[in-house]
Design a protein around this ligand. Structure first.
Ligand code: GLY
Length: 395
């Protein structure tokens, strides 16, 4: 009798069983597929998704905006997981909307735009129709490289002689160059990517392995003349998404090259960031914002970081550190998949999946489009990527 009571007491008081990653994956991808299909209905051929304002207004953007590859890329990931043919057709349709490379090539973001869309399309379908656009996009990006500086110009016209600005985000565009270098047997594309990654390692990073957002170079001699932020709290602070771009960029460059310097850099960045994350693993928008904890999370930074940490956990030779990266990535994925951060009602949240990202807080102060505490298309993309990578390594 007493034993039976003890048993029933222990079963009624035990913690709820944790959802398996397999159930989490099915739940998240089912919701993502529903949202993406509904999203398609609010777009025409000239726009792609940008955000959804706190006032409930869906904000699309032109195809030249740096984020135009993420919506088709998100659907390529859904297709990879589910095999849903309707999603495949939608991915293809929204990928091909970006066929006019010149119209989209206003900056370095061409790597985001074309690798996430055409690149993933090629990987998932082996459709050779996607190759010419990828080749054109990589050539367009390579034209922004300046050998004196050793970097690809981020902002401004390619022929601007006055100011040469490089942002940490640009590390992400190197994946297009590395992949295109192999696809089109063009070593110079990989050389450009490696030179950019090495120059960034030398100049963008501080002694504590956090990075600046924007560097200005003198293109007559390649000297860095100014280090600052554009989207972070302050020049010397650590803007969360910038830190995530750098982490992802160096883990990706190690995958692409097996150069140990990139692995070491990614490890150092992860070791600098992980202890500074809040309990649920979702970073505040800037690690040094004095208003923490009374300020915004940036779920997009958490999603990019989760994906990078999974990759790094499979790369590092240090077993204890690999386990740390895996555990943090899993925590971040579980947080994002909770109703604190993920939309659970189809058609709500502007048909985006995740809530609570920060695009550009300062932009908002200047009354530009609200992207604060809002959904962002790239948060959804890197969230699904993180789950796929996690399952590929740890299923
Ligand atoms: N420029 C890309 C970003 O806002 O992270």
């Amino acid at each position: 009798m007493i034993a039976a009571m003890a048993l029933s007491l222990s079963s009624c008081c035990s913690a709820p069983k944790e959802e398996s990653m397999s159930d989490l994956t099915n739940r998240v991808f089912a919701m993502a597929a529903e949202q993406c299909k509904l999203m398609d209905k609010q777009l025409d051929d000239s726009v792609s998704p940008r955000t959804f304002t706190p006032q409930g207004i869906f904000v699309p953007t032109t195809l030249s905006w740096w984020c135009s590859g993420f919506y088709p890329g998100t659907m390529w990931y859904i297709y990879k997981q589910t095999g849903d043919e309707q999603i495949k057709a939608l991915s293809d349709k929204h990928t091909r909307k970006l066929a006019d490379v010149a119209a989209c090539a206003s900056g370095h973001d061409i790597g985001f735009q074309y690798w996430c869309s055409y690149g993933n399309g090629l990987l998932e379908t082996d459709n050779k129709d996607y190759l010419p656009t990828l080749e054109e996009a990589s050539a367009m990006l390579a034209r922004r490289f300046n050998p004196t500086v050793g970097c690809i110009r981020s902002w401004g016209r390619v022929d601007d002689t006055n100011d040469f600005q490089v942002i940490i985000d640009n590390m992400m565009n190197l994946e297009l160059l590395m992949e295109a270098s192999r696809l089109f047997k063009c070593d110079s594309l990989a050389n450009i990517a490696n030179t950019h990654a090495k120059t960034t390692m030398a100049n963008h990073y501080r002694n504590d392995n956090t990075c600046y957002h924007v560097l200005h170079y003198d293109q007559t001699n390649g000297q860095c003349v100014r280090k600052r932020t554009a989207q972070g709290y302050a020049d010397e602070s650590s803007w969360a998404r910038g830190q995530a771009w750098g982490l992802y960029g160096y883990a990706m460059m190690y995958r692409e090259t097996q150069d140990a310097a990139y692995l070491e850099m990614a490890e150092k960045i992860a070791k600098a960031l992980m202890p500074r994350l809040p309990e649920d693993g979702m970073p505040y928008w800037d690690y040094d914002c004095p208003a923490i904890p009374y300020t915004y999370r940036d779920v997009s930074a958490g999603a990019i970081m989760a994906s990078a940490l999974v990759e790094l956990s499979g790369e590092t030779k240090d077993a204890a550190f690999a386990a740390e990266c895996k555990a943090m990535a899993e925590k971040q994925i579980r947080s994002m998949a909770s109703d604190k951060y993920m939309c659970t009602i189809a058609g709500k949240n502007g048909c985006f999946l995740l809530m609570h990202s920060v695009g550009n807080l300062h932009g908002t102060e200047k009354n530009t489009i609200q992207e604060v505490d809002a959904p962002l298309t790239y948060a959804d993309y890197y969230f699904l990527e993180a789950i796929l990578r996690f399952n590929a390594l740890y299923k």
